[in-house]
Design a protein around this ligand. Structure first.
Ligand SMILES: N[C@@H](CCC(=O)N[C@@H](CS)C(=O)NCC(=O)O)C(=O)O
Length: 242
């Protein structure tokens, strides 16, 4: 089966969490908005208005699989985790992985809101003062709290600190890798200062990056670069640069 992934074609965005899981699984998928290396926004928008669909998705990413349209990033990863062994097969382990993935969802919203504290309908340039205040609080309070939480989860894992859930890679490890990579891009100053306090999270990032399927993906043209259009944006003022 070939999956269809519907996501905005020019950014990593939330689609990247799904791409990483598909790539690690070695699953066949079509990145619909990027067919033929193009940028077909219309093909992505279409899935939100498709005729005859009762369970209509609110926003991308959307995965078409088994004749269904599955949306909400964490929900897509729940589905892929089950199908491709990217989550424990027992209920308790699957719920724990899902719980952590929903934490990633919350973390990503906070990261996005550093540059869009008043919401996505205004440009960053229309909310720079609010963004500077929001980002300062994020860097000082929320970023250490989130990194500390995942450090604690790794330290407390009874199966060891190589993975967040049990003794095998899960979709949560892939997502935390992506968040750390994005934070390094968006907040390089803050991350250089903070990273020594979270060695397990940093090691997890490096471990995921070195996985053969992920390393090959990161090196390929399928990996869209970080830009100031995505979730992780490097605005020096938001990273505390004078
Ligand atoms: N909670 C959803 C959020 C989905 C979402 O915000 N998608 C963005 C792109 S990353 C979008 O296109 N949103 C359109 C909108 O909110 O109107 C998820 O995790 O998938």
């Amino acid at each position: 089966m070939t999956y269809q992934l519907y996501y905005w074609p020019t950014i990593q965005g939330r689609g990247e969490f799904v791409r990483l899981a598909l790539e690690e699984a070695g699953a066949a998928y079509e990145d619909v908005g990027r067919r033929g290396d193009g940028a077909d926004f219309g093909a992505v928008a279409e899935v939100l208005e498709r005729a005859g669909v009762a369970e209509v998705p609110f926003a991308p990413p959307v995965l078409e699989a088994d004749g269904r349209l599955i949306s909400q990033t964490a929900n897509i990863l729940l589905y892929l985790g089950r199908r491709h062994g990217l989550a424990p097969s027992d209920e308790a382990g699957e719920l724990w992985a899902n719980q952590l993935q929903l934490c990633v969802t919350d973390w990503v919203v906070e990261i996005h809101d550093t540059h869009h504290p008043l919401g996505p309908s205004l440009y960053y340039e229309e909310q720079t003062a609010e963004a500077a205040r929001r980002a300062a609080v994020f860097r000082q309070d929320r970023l250490p709290k989130w990194l500390g939480y995942f450090e604690q989860v790794l330290a407390a894992n009874p199966a060891g600190d190589a993975y967040l859930v049990g003794d095998a890679l899960s979709h949560v490890d892939l997502s935390v890798f992506q968040v750390v990579a994005g934070l390094r891009y968006a907040f390089p100053r803050a991350m250089v200062a903070l990273e020594p306090d979270y060695p397990r999270v940093v090691a997890l990032h490096d471990r995921v990056a070195a996985r053969p399927a992920i390393a090959a993906y990161l090196d390929s043209s399928r990996r869209i670069p970080f830009t100031e259009e995505g979730i992780f944006r490097h605005y020096p003022a938001l990273d505390g640069e004078p």
